[in-house]
Design a protein around this ligand. Structure first.
Ligand code: PXP
Length: 239
């Protein structure tokens, strides 16, 4: 069955804009689960621009579905993951200057280092997913390091400017998904998926989990606006 991992990073982005305590991503995770999320995803970035160490530790205790920790393949993050023990880890590339994750992780170019990190995490009972582009060489390298999962990067599909290139990117995702499953990998996907473009990816045979953040948090902000303003008017009124 296809599952939904809700990425709550943007809740923490709003909180960090004021360095205050609201909104709390831990509360958002509870509500996401009440709404039917099958998993909660959070990216602890090296620069701590949104999710903080405290969030990951509390999420570990409160998430009732599964917790997917997205992180860079660094020694610091490895230590945190081994300590916190999320249900799985997704290794992602990370650059300080980027607005969000750009491009998949290069497994081919750093196969020994990634292999070591995969071994350490999976040796400690934490399955690893590698966030990669749907390229045959990257998929083969992911199978070679024996990661349990890959997450196919859907960014190029999401950003395609016309129907022809969208169909081309979807076909690459479909082929990648098939190749990965044949190689013994389990397949997730994510990045840039929206209410409008999600279905063709959701319908790919063998796809297990979609990790979606921006579009859900954006919609939550808007569909919650009327109620939030109404409640403030009430709070301002004499009791
Ligand atoms: N998957 C990975 C590996 C990501 O880095 C992100 C963004 O943090 C997502 C999924 C979710 O992407 P979006 O916020 O565009 O839905």
């Amino acid at each position: 069955m296809l599952t939904l991992g809700v990425n709550i990073d943007h809740i923490a982005t709003i909180r960090q804009a004021r360095r205050t305590v609201e909104p709390d991503p831990v509360a958002a995770a509870v509500l996401a689960e009440l709404g039917g999320a099958d998993g909660i995803t959070a990216h602890l970035r090296e620069d701590r621009r949104h999710i903080q160490d405290r969030d990951i530790r509390l999420l570990r205790q409160t998430v009732r579905t599964h917790l997917n920790l997205e992180m860079a393949a660094t020694e610091e993050m490895l230590g945190i993951a081994l300590d916190v023990k999320p249900d799985y880890v997704t290794l992602v590339p990370e650059k300080r200057e980027e607005v969000t994750t750009e491009g998949g992780l290069d497994i081919v170019g750093q196969i020994v280092r990634i292999g070591e990190i995969v071994d350490k995490l999976q040796g400690a009972g934490i399955p690893v997913s590698l966030f990669i582009d749907a390229e045959p060489a990257q998929i083969a390298a992911s199978a070679k390091v024996q990661a349990k999962f890959i997450e196919l990067h859907t960014g190029r599909y999401a950003e395609a400017q016309d129907e022809t290139s969208r169909q081309h990117e979807l076909a690459l995702l479909a082929t990648g998904c098939e190749q990965a499953i044949k190689a013994g990998l389990r397949v997730n996907a994510g990045h840039g998926l929206t209410y409008w473009n999600v279905y063709p990816v959701a319908a790919l045979p063998g796809m297990e989990e979609l990790n979606i953040g921006h579009t859900i948090i954006s919609r939550a902000a808007l569909v919650g606006m009327e109620r939030a303003v109404r409640e403030m008017k009430q709070a301002m009124s004499p009791r």
